[in-house]
Every structure is written in C-alpha cells, then in structure tokens.
Design a protein around this ligand. Structure first.
Ligand code: AMP
Length: 438
C-alpha cells in the first residue's frame, strides 16, 4: 500500500513525500479511508505508530474540500492531554498542511494566555489544545465551539489517568451534536469505552498493536547495580560514542535535575525535562535534544509523554518504572517509525520486582549484562568485586556494552525481593505515575 493509493490530494502527498515517508503506517492505511469518508472512528494506537498523520491528513483534506460555513470559524478541535503532545500535533498539521493554506493554533496552560487569545482573534481552522486552558478560554468567551465539524480526542486513556476526564466531558458538552468524532487511545479501560459509546456514532474501530513488535525490535539489556553506583555506571555506559542521542528516565523530577547536573559536570551534555520546568525551558531542552546539541535528555515519565524525537539511539531506565506499561512507553521512544533501538535498564536490589513485572508484560526475558564494572554482587551469577571501574569503554556500535548472560544462566535475582508496588501514586515528588497510554 502506498500513500498514492489512499486518495489523498496532491498537496498532501507532496508534504508527506517531503517528510521522507515512503509508505503509510498500518494505522494510516486503516484509518485514512474511513476518516475521509466522514465516519466516526475509534483508533487503538499508541504514539509512535504514526497516528497523528492518520487523523491529520484526512482532516486537512476534508477541510480543503468543503468551504468553511463561517469565515474564521474553528472547524476542527483536537484535545490532547499534554502541552508537548499538543505542540507536536500542531506542528504536524502545519507540516502536512503546508500547501493547503489551512491554519492551526495550539493552546495550553502554564504560559500566558494573551498570545493565544491574540491568535484566536485572528481566526483558525484547526484548534489543538489541552482541556484546562481550553475551558478557561471558553469561559472567558474567547473560544466558541459551536462551529466544530470534526472533534479528535487524542490519548483518551491518558486523559483519564491524568484526571482530565471531567474537563473533557465539559468540552464535549459544548460541541455541536452534528459532527465527526475520532477517538484515539492506547488502551480501552471501561470509562473510556463508556465515553466512546456516548460520543461516537456507529464508529469504525481500527487497531494496531505495536507493543509486541516494538518491544521485539528493541535490543534490551538489564544491568544489576547498587543504587549508589548507578551514576558511575551511567557515565561508564555513556563512554560509548555510539550512544548519540539518549533519553534517560528517572522516577522523580528532583532525580532528573540532579542527574542532569551531575552529567553536565562530568562533561556529558545533559538537560532535564519535567513538569516543574517552565514551558520555555522544556521547549528549549527539547529543541537542543532534537538538534543534537544536548546528547542526554533526562526525563520523567510524564514529561516524556508525547516527546516525538526521531533517531533516539538509546533509552536508559536509570530508575525502573513501577508500572510495567511505562517501560514499554519509555523504550518505544527508541524505535520510532520503523527504526530499531537499544534500551538499557539499571536495576537495583529494590527494583527486582519491577523487572519481573516488566518481563511478564512483555513476555520476554531481558538479557542481563553479565560483565560491567559496577555489577551488584547480589545480581550476578559469580561473585565479583563491585565498584572496580573498567578502563574499557562500555560498547561499540551501540550494542550491549558487555557480554549478556546467555539464556538459562542464573540471573542472580533469585533472592526474595521486597515488593514495593505503589500503583498510581508512588512518586516521592508527588508526580502521578502514568499507566498504560500512548
Ligand atoms: P505519531 O505516532 O503520530 O507520534 O508518529 C510517530 C513518528 O512517525 C513521527 O515522528 C512521524 O513523523 C513519523 N511518521 C508518521 N507517519 C510516517 C510514515 N508513514 N512513514 C515514516 N514515518 C512516519
């Protein structure tokens, strides 16, 4: 299947070609014809599957082919749970729609509202936003949704996780009932299914299951290490220059800040991105990471949501997530749009139970890096002195930095782990832990 077979207008095909896309992804193949036909749709797909183009391309085409009923009226509303994702969706509309003349505006909280209000006054075809700021602006009379023709609810399950579902319902109540509705969600918990049943009319359901395939494509390895040695191990691993663009995940915002500073002091260009940073600082960090100016981006799960950077060569779980689904989201960052990638996890004595949960979810045993200078004596099959830095760089070619234990070799994690599962409310920084999502 080619983009040419999807009945897309020439101006969209040109934009897609300019992006270097050679063929549509499975969600695009499945969704585009239905959206073009004006049908309601439920798409079960994570970020990274190409789902933005799956709705943005046919929406742009529909808008181009039917004149606006009212000059300057908003015709499309896209709701997104996070500002990063909202920005990226806005960028996608700009990129794919660059030859269509259609305008889009992105609104989100955490920044002054005046520039957004000014843009709204000038009119737009497409409005992308987070629910809180949208409601604010609606209440102040700056946004009216009575002209919406197409409504997209993106990452619906994440809206639920983040506590936005009531805001979403209030926004939906302000939409015209005559409209096309598209709902995207990585999972379908009962609350989202209920919502879908209420807001969609005879929806087509399309589903892509990238999880298993994504996970299989990623070369994974776990390092058993004591908590206090994790930073030294990270520096050791980063001695490998093949690790060009790496996302490092920590559990807390404070941990992200501290680690980024420590790496920077060790002359490894690093920046942190998390919810306490201003929007400007987050955008700068992301831009530096995208351009390659920053090699290491240290992120928390929430902040990393919607980060859309191609060519992340490695993901490193500095802290293992206590939600196994987060592991899948995290490592999926290194295998965007068909690329393969490498994911390392640093597992200390307290995190063994998390590792087991992850392996159960992905139905794979993560190979153990059997030899590295900071191996935890508990974690290894043979007793070995810990904390003896090796002069040898961690790895070449982005492969695992050392021998991984062959299947069947004891993993050394047989000791009874302390189970510390704090579902959904574990972070010491009070940050919500995401569950399944994108
Ligand atoms: P998304 O799931 O929408 O966040 O898209 C993930 C990434 O895939 C983005 O970087 C897109 O630019 C890229 N992408 C989307 N569609 C395609 C395609 N057909 N071929 C190659 N890359 C794509």
């Amino acid at each position: 299947m080619q983009f040419n077979d999807l009945n897309l207008m020439d101006s969209l095909l040109r934009a897609v070609r300019a992006e270097g896309y050679t063929e549509p992804t499975p969600i695009q193949v499945q969704a585009i014809p239905h959206v073009l036909a004006g049908k309601d749709l439920v798409g079960c797909a994570q970020t990274g599957t190409g789902k933005t183009a799956a709705f943005a391309l046919p929406i742009l085409q529909r808008l181009s082919q039917t004149p606006s009923r009212q000059r300057g009226a908003i015709r499309v509303l896209v709701l997104s749970p996070t500002r990063e994702l909202a920005s990226q969706i806005g960028e996608s509309f700009s990129t794919y729609g660059r030859h269509t003349g259609l305008k889009n505006i992105v609104i989100f909280g955490g920044v002054g509202q005046q520039p957004q209000v000014d843009k709204l006054r000038r009119g737009t075809d497409i409005l992308v936003g987070t629910p809180g700021r949208l409601l604010d602006l609606m209440q102040q009379g700056y946004v009216r949704l009575n002209t919406i023709e197409i409504f997209v609810l993106d990452e619906a399950d994440r809206m639920l996780d983040m506590g936005f579902i009531h805001d979403v319902r209030r926004v939906i109540a302000a939409l015209p009932t005559q409209r096309q509705t598209l709902l995207f969600s990585a999972t379908m918990p009962p609350d989202i299914q209920d919502l879908a049943d209420r807001i969609l009319v005879k929806p087509v359901r399309v589903e892509v299951t990238p999880q298993a395939t994504t996970v299989e494509k990623i070369s994974q390895a776990v390092f058993f290490v004591e908590k206090q040695d994790k930073r030294a191990l990270l520096e050791h691993v980063l001695a490998d220059k093949a690790i060009r663009r790496v996302l490092v995940f920590t559990r807390t915002k404070h941990g992200a800040n501290k680690l980024a500073q420590q790496l920077d002091r060790a002359s490894i260009q690093a920046e942190a991105i998390h919810g306490n940073k201003s929007q400007g600082a987050r955008e700068r960090a992301l831009a530096n990471f995208k351009s390659g100016k920053t090699r290491v981006l240290v992120a928390t799960d929430i902040a990393a949501r919607g980060i859309d950077v191609d060519d992340v060569t490695h993901v490193i779980n500095y802290d293992l997530p206590n939600e196994p689904e987060s592991y899948v989201h995290r490592i999926g960052r290194t295998a965007r749009a068909g690329a393969s990638g490498v994911a390392y996890s640093f597992c200390d004595a307290d995190e063994r139970a998390y590792l087991r949960d992850i392996e159960k979810l992905i139905r794979l045993r993560v190979p153990v890096v059997a030899e590295h200078p900071y191996r935890s004596p508990l974690g290894m099959p043979t007793a070995a002195p810990a904390n003896r830095p090796s002069p040898r760089p961690a790895a070449a070619n982005g492969q695992h930095p050392a021998r991984t234990a062959p299947a069947g070799e004891p993993r050394g994690d047989g000791s009874k782990p302390r189970r510390r599962r704090h579902r959904r409310r574990s972070s010491s920084a009070g940050q919500p832990q995401p569950g399944m999502g994108q």
